[in-house]
Design a protein around this ligand. Structure first.
Ligand SMILES: [Zn+2]
Length: 170
């Protein structure tokens, strides 16, 4: 296992070098950036198990979903900032939170650069998964064009478990 990890890290580093010297294609650049973040913030599975509770691990690291209507931030409307429960990076401001009635916290926009998008074809659906850019933790999905009366017509549907809220005045 250790040998495999070392080999794959070397391969990624090699591609990263190519990105700086030969090409700036988005996919190669992504691998390079990913390698940069891996060296700073990404933990191993056992390290994540040590710092997250069971439900946080299931959702953030195993792409789980909390039951609709169960989350502590679903009907929560204080003013402040929502950060990643895994690494503490600020992700959403309360000024972009809205009541979607879907059973999970909903935001129409994220803090620029904080949230990454990925195509998710699981369960026979085409969805867009959202993760914390810094640590890769699973947040939920983002949906577009649902007709909500918001500036973006997007709904970031986020698990409460993936978030920690901080009152801005404190
Ligand atoms: Zn994070």
């Amino acid at each position: 296992m250790r040998g495999f990890l070392t080999a794959s890290t070397t391969a990624i580093k090699y591609k990263g070098l190519l990105a700086t010297t030969r090409t700036t294609s988005p996919s190669t650049l992504y691998i390079f950036q990913r390698n940069m973040s891996e060296s700073s913030k990404t933990k191993s599975e056992s390290e994540w198990r040590a710092v997250l509770n069971k439900e946080q691990f299931r959702i953030l690291r195993q792409k789980g979903t909390e039951p609709a209507g169960s989350g502590k931030y679903d009907k929560f409307h204080e003013e402040g900032v929502y950060s990643c429960a895994g690494c503490g990076t600020p992700l959403y401001k309360s000024t972009t939170k809205f009541n979607s009635g879907c059973g999970w916290p909903a935001f129409f926009d994220a803090i620029p650069g904080a949230v990454a998008r990925h195509t998710d074809s699981s369960f026979g659906m085409q969805r867009t998964e959202i993760t914390c850019t810094a640590c890769g933790g699973h947040l939920g999905h983002v949906f577009k064009g649902e007709g909500f009366n918001t500036p973006t017509d997007e709904r970031y549907c986020v698990n409460s478990v993936s978030l920690t809220f901080k009152d801005e005045s404190k």
